[in-house]
Design a protein around this ligand. Sequence first.
Ligand code: NAD
Length: 496
Amino acid sequence: MRTIGHLIGGAEVADAAGRYAPVWNPATGEQQARVALASAQEVRAAVAAARTAAPGWRATPLGRRAEVMFRFRDLLDAGRKEVARLLTAEHGKTLDDALGEIARGLENVEFACGAPHLLRGGYSEQVSAGVDVHEVRQPLGVVAGITPFNFPAMVPLWMLANALVCGNAFVLKPSERDPSPALFLAELLGRAGLPAGVLNVVQGDKVAVDALLDHPDVAAVSFVGSTPIARYVYERATAAGKRVQALGGAKNHLVVLPDAEIAAAADAAVSAAYGSAGERCMAVSVVVAVGEVADPLVEAIAARVRGIRVGPGYDEASEMGPLITAAHRDRVAGYLDVATAQGASVVVDGRTDPATSGPGFFLGASLVDHVRPTSAVYTDEIFGPVLAVVRVAGYDEALRLIEDNPYGNGAAIFTRDGGAARRFTADVEAGMVGVNVPIPVPVAYYSFGGWKGSLFGDLHMYGPDGIRFYTRTKVVTSRWPDPATSAVDLGFPRTR
Ligand code: NAD
């Protein structure tokens, strides 16, 4: 059995701890490899390697660090298909979707190429007689990233492009379910000229995560994953004095007003709910149908859902691939029984899709109507191809539903009424909002982040917030005194 190991100090470390997890091929249901699960000792070795490499990397001229990013960008661009194949093999998403993930990840690398501009400080001359002030942004030292299974290339790129170009050394702990893309990214960065030890990859589970959260030499932690773990990471790492941004789960609502173009809203809802089999943190999982739009909208969505072609991600005919594991597939399918028991109606049952009964972790696309806000189908993040429809009487009820939801990642409205859209963008309790755009993921020169249970911390991820997160501000006040006017003065300065 092939073993996927760590990258520590530029060297591959296979399996020193002797603990492993299976890496499945979700399309066939077969185990294709095993991944080594790091012990605290291996995490300490990775942090030590990063700590050793950090001063040299920080001292590397900024233009040279940006040059490494430019080269990395070109290598990643040229290697898109190779990375996409790795994503499809371990995650299961379609090749087309995997290429989209890489394109969004590349945007973050391109943003980081602008570091010489982004890291410019400020200077104020003559703030007092003969006194000048300047501000610089300096790297934090060793920082860590802990990433989820659903975007094994893009989410690491959200973090490490900015962190590295700012002059930090990085320890990445990818998801143990699809561990290979992170190693491939590290290999490309090495080929782009990143010195050994500046980026380290430790594979692992809670043991590795806890070792990073507690390690005194880790200055900051970026986390993306489910809400309970995000909260845990935030609490434990901040208690250890670290800077933390921890992005959690989501329940993203798409509100459709009665004046909306129904075909366009249905197309958008289906694309956003079932792309990547619903395993996206910005997937639409709830359609909020306002007033009389509900019946024709559900009919239009159902017609489209029945046409989704489910199959292996590497098959070009497939529009939707399998789920990540058998256990996750069964959990997601279980919500269809919950739906019926809790008074909803299953309009399209994905369990009847022929792919569901074949090998692999497949589940067809499902649509559930008349979901009550008290039902687990609404309250839980299902993270699979199950779209819930909640019917409400009016706009205010739709807004209140989103307000009362504990998550606040994305929200979207479909309407032809500019006034209603403007009101929605101003009032809605979510960090990323779409107007006739179902998945409003910000481009890389803005920042990504939700509200409420979707993000713990102060700064959003990537973009300008990413630069802020991975640097500390230092303000220098300076004077070149004239010995002739120098005197002892114990007072607080009263005059300018
Ligand atoms: P997860 O929370 O199970 O795992 C995320 C990371 O935490 C992994 O690296 C995992 O090894 C580690 N981990 C898991 N259990 C842990 C524990 N008990 N203690 C310490 N570390 C632990 O999430 P996942 O299933 O890999 O990913 C799906 C989740 O991520 C969904 O909830 C999704 O919404 C969320 N997500 C959020 C965003 C966002 O930007 N807000 C983006 C992508 C995914």
